[in-house]
Design a protein around this ligand. Structure first.
Ligand code: CA
Length: 360
C-alpha cells in the first residue's frame, strides 16, 4: 500500500474512533452502527428485572456512543417469555435476558447456572463464575446452541414462597400444586407435590383463582409488586430452592462475533456492571419491601421447620444424583459446582456466616 493510501486509511479509522494499529480494528470498526433487539422473560418494566434490563441497554448505548442501539421487548411483546432462548438462538433477536433454568428442556445442566436447591449464594456463585471455571462451563454448554451467555444479575437469597396453609411437616407439601421452576420443582414432586412453571405475569391470577395452591417467585420486592401478599397468607423463608439465583444475558454468537472488539467489550462490561447493580438493588429493595410487609401486618412470615428443610435437602441430593447419572453434561457441571461449593463453604462459614452471627 502506498504511503498516501495508508494515511487515508488511518484517517478514516481515526474518524471512526478506531485509532491506533489497524490490527485493533476488527469487523464493523469503520463507525458501523448496530441495531439489535433484546427479548426478556420479564413483564414490561418489571421492578428490578425489567428495569435492570432497561438500564443495561442504556449503559450499552452510552458506552458505545450510540453505535450499539438495543430495543427491549418484554415478555409477550415480540415473543412469549419462554421462547426467549429459541428467539436469540434463531437470531430474530440478538440478545435475551432471563434465567438459565427456564431452558432445562433444552439442556438440563443449564439449571446450575441459575441456582440449584441448597446451592450457592450470590457471592459464592459469582466466585464460581468468574474465578472457579463456572463461566467457561456455561459457555461450553450454550455453544452448540449458538449462544454466548453472561451472568447479568442475581436476586440474592429468595423467599420460600406463598402458601395458604401452614407447612409444619413434609406431609403438608403432599398434593400441593405450586409454581416452582427448576430443580426445586423436581424436589417438590419428590415430596408429593405438583410443580408447575408459570411466567411471572401469570402467577398472581393463578394463585388468586386457586389454579395453583402456592407459589414461589422472588422476594418481598417483586412478590409485593405482583400483589402476592393479597392472594396468600403465609410467607415462608428461606428460599431453599434458590439460594442466590443468577440472571443471564444471552447473545446470539454470530451477532456477537460481528461486533468490533470495542463493542464486544461494551457488552461484556455492561453485563458485568448489571450483574453487580441488579444484585445490589435486590438487597436494598427486598429489605424495604419486607419492612412494609411487616408494617401492614397482614402476612404471616414464617421459617420452614428445620426438619422440613433437612428432608428437602435429602430429596435434592437424590434428584441431582439421578439427573447426573443419566446426563454427562449435568455430571460435568455438577462436579465443578459441588467442588467449588465445598471449598467455598469453609470460607463462607468463617466470614459471612460468622460475621452475621456477631450481630446477634
Ligand atoms: Ca424464584
Amino acid at each position: 500500500m502506498k504511503r498516501r493510501e495508508l494515511l487515508a486509511a488511518g484517517a478514516a479509522a481515526a474518524l471512526a474512533g478506531c485509532a491506533g494499529e489497524q490490527a485493533d480494528c476488527g469487523p464493523g470498526a469503520a463507525g458501523e452502527r448496530f441495531k439489535w433487539k433484546l427479548v426478556t422473560t420479564w413483564p414490561p418494566n418489571f421492578p428490578g428485572l425489567g428495569t435492570g434490563v432497561n438500564r443495561l441497554v442504556e449503559m450499552i448505548d452510552r458506552a458505545s456512543g450510540g453505535r450499539l442501539k438495543i430495543k427491549v421487548y418484554a415478555a409477550g411483546e415480540l415473543v412469549p417469555p419462554f421462547e426467549v432462548f429459541d428467539t436469540v438462538r434463531g437470531g430474530t433477536a440478538e440478545m435475551g435476558h432471563g434465567s438459565a433454568y427456564y431452558w432445562k428442556g433444552k439442556t438440563e445442566a443449564a439449571q446450575f447456572f441459575t441456582a440449584i436447591p441448597f446451592g450457592m449464594t450470590a457471592m459464592e456463585l459469582n466466585g464460581w463464575f468468574y474465578n472457579g471455571g463456572g463461566l467457561e462451563l456455561y459457555r461450553e454448554l450454550y455453544e452448540p446452541f449458538g449462544l454466548f451467555p453472561f451472568p447479568a444479575g442475581n436476586t440474592g437469597v429468595q423467599m420460600g414462597g406463598w402458601f395458604n396453609r401452614e407447612i409444619n411437616s413434609l406431609d403438608d407439601l403432599k398434593g400441593l400444586k405450586m409454581r416452582i421452576p427448576g430443580l426445586g420443582g423436581e424436589v417438590l414432586r419428590r415430596a408429593g407435590g405438583t410443580p408447575v412453571n408459570l411466567p411471572g405475569a401469570e402467577i398472581f391470577t393463578a394463585l388468586q383463582t386457586g389454579s395453583i395452591d402456592a407459589t414461589e417467585w422472588i422476594g418481598p420486592y417483586n412478590d409485593v409488586a405482583f400483589g402476592l401478599n393479597k392472594a396468600a397468607r403465609y410467607y415462608y423463608y428461606p428460599g431453599w430452592q434458590e439460594p442466590g439465583p443468577a440472571l443471564e444475558c444471552i447473545v446470539n454468537r454470530q451477532a456477537y462475533d460481528s461486533l468490533p472488539a470495542d463493542l464486544q467489550a461494551v457488552v461484556e462490561i455492561a453485563c458485568s456492571a448489571t450483574n453487580d447493580q441488579m444484585t445490589a438493588e435486590f438487597v436494598a429493595r427486598n429489605a424495604q419491601s419486607l419492612a412494609q410487609l411487616r408494617e401492614k401486618g397482614e402476612t404471616e412470615i414464617r421459617s420452614f421447620p428445620p426438619e422440613v428443610l433437612d428432608e428437602l435437602r435429602v430429596l435434592t441430593d437424590q434428584v441431582i444424583d439421578e439427573l447426573a447419572a443419566g446426563d454427562p453434561a449435568v455430571a460435568k457441571v455438577y462436579a465443578s459446582f459441588s467442588d467449588y461449593r465445598a471449598m467455598a463453604e469453609d470460607w463462607s462459614n468463617l466470614s459471612e456466616r460468622a460475621m452475621l452471627n456477631t450481630r446477634g
